[in-house]
Design a protein around this ligand. Sequence first.
Ligand SMILES: Cc1ncc(COP(=O)(O)O)c(C=O)c1O
Length: 391
Amino acid sequence: MATIDYKQFITKDLTSLANDSIAELIEKAKKYDDVVSLGRGEPNFDMAKFMKDAMICAIKENQTHYVSGSIPELNGAIADKLKNENGLHIDSQFRIVVGAGSLPVLQAIIGAIVEPGEEIIVTDPTYLKYISIIRSMHAKPKFAIVYEENNFIPTVEELEKAYTNKTKAIMVNSPCNPTGAVFTKKQLEEIAEFAIEKNIIVITDEVYENIIYDDAKHYSIGSFDSDISERTITLNSFSKSYAMTGLRVGYAAGPIELMKHVFNYNYFGHICACVPSMYAALEALTNPKSKEFVQSMVKEYDRRRKFIVKRLNEIGLPTKMPKGAFYTFSRCDNFDKNSHNFANNVLEKSHVIVIPGSAFGPHGEGFVRISYATKYEQIEEAMDRMEKLLK
Ligand SMILES: Cc1ncc(COP(=O)(O)O)c(C=O)c1O
């Protein structure tokens, strides 16, 4: 039995990070052997064979040593992609930093730009890990509330409310986890105007850019004009687009004067992403078969999206049609105002995992996040079970 009180050694900013509500659900789910999880935050598809082959080939050719941040071919391929697909203005004042997934790179960005106590605006609800990363860097997330009636897009009025003289940056996430919202060009232009007026940095997380439906179009805020591109860091990843979450390759791109510090931060902690994984990522960007691979995944997500939104609305969980990513953000407050209790009940009685909206911020309360990155038949089964419970 330890005689030391270890709490005295742990920073307070970290002790507030645990999300007990999700951990409790996942732990409880282990008791049942027929659980259907609609909690997944990653593609249920496997990586394409041609990407696997590139990785295996890299290992066989002994590409297994440290590199300084990235393999140069990958930086070149990312630069081409950002220029041709995202319309970013790539020149000598621009730099790309590759890391072991977008999250470590985001940590490096935040580590590079904030002093303890400074603030970063995030939406409420938001992707949970933004809050954890910001707090772990001894900074503060400031919430700009988003409402369902505005399609979960922040208004300038809410951004103004979140802004203080300690604000250093704003996080933008389109397509959005957990709401599935996709920002229009006009909405992004308003955020750009706000950031310029307040003289803050924009960090735009575009990891779901390829998972987009109907007439929705993905815009990169950093592509608009030089006033906004010179204060924007674009974050992206191979995890979702190419179903390679476990390989850990992500990147950020932005003005060299910011990115050289982000590079250092990332380099001190990681040196580089996994080198064979970077060869798989290079293949993803350069092999013409990639587009077809991505399209086939998106087509299947779309089929599931239409099915699940219809069923959820029929069951009595009002759900707007998401425009991107692979989540619905569904109202559960007509059954239970407390989303944790609702999710707990669904798990106990139907053996289905859904994630309480309160886990994504105070204004996620009354909603649940439901992922359709699960096989169609499993989604059917989950909907049947939930219907039996709720109707
Ligand atoms: C919005 C968002 N950003 C980033 C990530 C993490 O991506 P990566 O695997 O590149 O670290 C996720 C994963 O769920 C996400 O939902």
